[in-house]
Design a protein around this ligand. Sequence first.
Ligand SMILES: [Zn+2]
Length: 457
Amino acid sequence: MALSSILQDLSQLTAEGRGQAKKTQHIGVGADQLAQVGPWLAEAQPGKSHLLVCDAHTKVAAADALLGHLRSAGLTASVHVLQPRPGEDHVMCADEEIAALREHLAPTPHVNAIAVGAGSVNDIVKMATAKLDRPYQCVATAASMNGYTSAIAAVLSRGVKRTLPAQQAQAVFADVDVLRKAPAYLNLAGFGDLLSKPYSNADWRLSAFVRGVPYEERPAKLLDTAFDALLDAASSVGKAEADGIELLAATIILSGFTMAIAGTSAPASGGEHLVSHYWDMEQHCHDLPLRGLHGTQVGIATLMSAMLFERLVTLEQDDIDPEAAATRIRDASYLDGLAQRHRGLTPAVVDEVRAQIEAKQKTGPALRDELAAVKAQWPEIRATLKDTLMPSARMRDALAAAQAPSKPSALDVGREHAVRTLTVCREIRSRYVAMDLIADLGKLPTWAAEVVDAVEA
Ligand SMILES: [Zn+2]
């Protein structure tokens, strides 16, 4: 039931994008999708020669088989394998990798690039082709993240994890048989990434109240049915059953669309994402492999974020004290100790962080005025947040049913480190989130410690 309604929404969304550059025109989710790629390309990209961009893992998972399909459909095609950096297992999507692929593609405008992979492979091809003003298509090898149909990419740029403007894949093919064979932790990561939806949406709605950020209802509404169905299907996803994986794939594709519709990652990326980005940045600063996949980290962070929100909505109007906040954060001295707070980052990256936090942190009278407005509207803000949120217990149950990690310690993040991450990660992005309000109210360090203790208990 839910699946057919999601597929219907997807076909409506592709119809809206048809004929527009940088928009998704076709979605194929289900069995035997690898065989559908050739006929679609023959019609949509006639006369092109096709380059299947993959990594060593996705070459085996799908690119080799796809190459056979394309050649037997009479198309010209070859494979280009992206390499990880020395000492890394996985390809990274950073400035250097994007530039290398762009330079590889630039001299051959008749070559059509197809990303055969998931997170990093998709993002590298997405960015490189967007910079060349060419479309690309994606053959998904795992339901591990929601970037296939988003118009942005997650890039490690100058040491900071940033979401940069790019383009949607022109077509996405998600072959359920390929996805089911992906390592379990990849599909579980996609599941974890999607869990953030109620909380990122709550952050977005809060930022509309506090900072006047434009908010749209359609993205969250589109995901409502899919999200509930997915929570119910958690154990099926965990067992990589066809039904669960197909629902997961359709939902991540829909989730990508919600970001494209909104023109921002806000519907799918709030404070919980900053936790994951933060851990990635720390690892990168020390040339260490990532602790976990994006979605795995987001799933863990979502549970903590849910608990922070639960505390926030218990506040009464009288608990908001604008004067006290303005006295505590009176001027730019809040930047003192920035390097100490971010001691896991290198000085150059701390400078980037400084620019992000300076762009959003209010101080003194400006902070007092902002919080006075929040206080005045608090009954309405609180009711809106309550309406948007889901109980943290539901997230904990869903993670458990899917057998996905749910604690920072599962990623080797100790208590002090996890508490510090929750306390400072808001500083790495200029977008306003609930953690900012909680910090301005002086409650973030205490609540962060409580929340970490609760999830680890
Ligand atoms: Zn995400």
